[in-house]
Design a binder for this molecule. Structure first.
Ligand code: C2E
Ligand code: MG
Ligand code: MG
Ligand code: MG
Length: 288
C-alpha cells in the first residue's frame, strides 16, 4: 500500500501569504518542472577524517536555480516539496544523481544523502535505491542515508522496519541534527545507526558556552560507548576542530573544511584522499 500522502492533501494557500516569491514557490508547477528543466543541482560538502586528515565523504545538498527567483536554498523549497509530495520525485532524482557521482569517486569516499519523512514513506524508495546502485555498479556501503528524528516520528514502526531493510541491504544510516529534537536518545536505543551527526547549533557554541561543550563532549562519549561514528556539522573554526578532535570526533564537516560546491571544485580534496589508496579509473560520464 502506498504510504505517501496524496498531493493536494497538503498544499494550502494561506490568505496572509504576502510574499509573492513564496506564493510562487508554493505554486507546484515551477517545482514540478524544475527537474525536467535541469534547474535542480547538487552541491557536495566534504567530511574530513580527524584520524587521517583526508576526505572520507561528501554530503549531497540540493540547490534550485530558479529562472526568475535565482538561487533558492533547500530550507525554502524542501519543506514545500515535503508538503505537496514533490519531494518524492525530487528525492528520486537526488538519489540517482548522487549515486552516479559516488561511482566516479575513489572507493574510500562515501556520499551522504538526506532523506526526508515523505521520502522514507514512499513505496518507491527501496527500488529507487536498488536501481541507482545497480546502474552505477555501486557498493551499497558507499551510500549513507541521513535521516532526522522527524523521519522516525512520522510513523515509527514503519520507518524502523524500512531502516532495517536499508541497513540489511548494506547502506549506512546516520542520525542527522542530533540533539535538536525531542527524543534522540530513545531513537538511539530503537535503531542501530552507523553514525550520529552532532548538530551545528552545538558546534557553534563550543567556543562560547560551557553547555554546548558539555553536550558535545557527552554526545561524543555516548557515540563511542554505543560503537557509533560521529560527525560534527557546521565546523567553522580551528578552535572547534581542535576541541572535537581532542574529544574523539571521527569526522568534521563545515566551512572550515569546505563549503558545499559542485564536485568539480573538489578535485584537489579527492586527489589527496586517494593518495596511498588504490584509485580506480572513473568512467567519464555525462552529468546526471
Ligand atoms: P543538513 O542536512 O543538516 O545540512 C547541513 C546544512 O548546514 C547545509 O545547509 C549546509 O550548507 C550547512 N552548513 C554546512 N557547513 C556549515 C558551516 O560551517 N556553517 C554554517 N553556518 N552552515 C553550514 P543547506 O544546504 O542549506 O541545507 C539545509 C537543510 O536542507 C539540510 O540540513 C537538509 O535537512 C535539507 N536538505 C538539503 N539537501 C537536501 C536533499 O537533497 N534532500 C532533502 N530531503 N533535504 C535536503
Ligand atoms: Mg544532512
Ligand atoms: Mg544536519
Ligand atoms: Mg540541519
Amino acid at each position: 500500500a502506498s504510504r505517501s500522502k496524496g498531493k493536494g492533501q497538503w498544499a494550502m494557500f494561506s490568505p496572509e501569504m504576502a510574499n509573492k516569491a513564496e506564493a510562487r514557490l508554493r505554486g507546484e508547477s515551477d517545482l514540478r518542472e524544475a527537474i525536467a528543466r535541469g534547474e535542480l543541482f547538487l552541491v557536495y560538502q566534504p567530511q574530513l577524517s580527524t584520524e587521517t586528515q583526508k576526505v572520507v565523504g561528501f554530503e549531497a545538498l540540493v540547490r534550485w536555480n530558479h529562472p526568475k527567483l535565482g538561487m533558492i536554498p533547500p530550507s525554502e523549497f524542501v519543506p514545500i516539496a515535503e508538503e505537496n509530495g514533490l519531494i518524492v520525485s525530487i528525492g528520486e532524482w537526488i538519489i540517482r544523481s548522487a549515486a552516479a557521482q559516488a561511482a566516479r569517486l575513489p572507493s574510500s569516499i562515501r556520499i551522504a544523502i538526506n532523506i526526508s519523512p515523505l521520502q522514507m514513506n514512499a513505496t518507491s524508495l527501496v527500488s529507487t535505491i536498488v536501481h541507482a546502485l545497480a546502474a552505477n555498479r555501486l557498493d551499497p556501503s558507499r551510500i549513507e542515508l541521513e535521516i532526522t528524528e522527524s523521519v522516525l516520528m512520522a510513523d515509527t514502526g514503519f520507518a524502523l522496519e524500512r531502516l532495517h531493510q536499508l541497513r540489511d541491504m548494506g547502506l549506512r544510516i546516520s542520525l542527522d541534527d542530533f540533539g535538536t529534537g525531542y527524543s534522540s536518545l530513545s531513537y538511539l536505543r530503537m535503531f542501530p545507526f552507523h553514525k550520529i551527526k552532532i548538530d551545528q547549533s552545538f558546534v557553534r557554541g563550543i567556543e562560547t558556552d560551557a553547555e554546548s561543550r558539555a553536550i558535545t563532549q557527552a554526545t561524543l562519549t555516548l557515540a563511542k560507548l554505543l560503537g557509533l561514528r560521529c560527525t560534527a556539522e557546521g565546523v567553522e573554526t580551528l578552535y572547534q576542530a581542535d576541541f572535537l578532535r581532542q574529544h574523539g570526533c571521527d569526522e568534521l564537516q563545515g566551512y572550515l573544511v569546505g563549503r558545499p560546491q559542485p564536485m568539480d571544485a573538489m578535485r584537489h580534496l579527492i586527489d589527496a584522499a586517494s593518495e596511498d589508496s588504490e584509485t580506480q579509473a572513473a568512467p567519464q560520464e555525462n552529468e546526471y
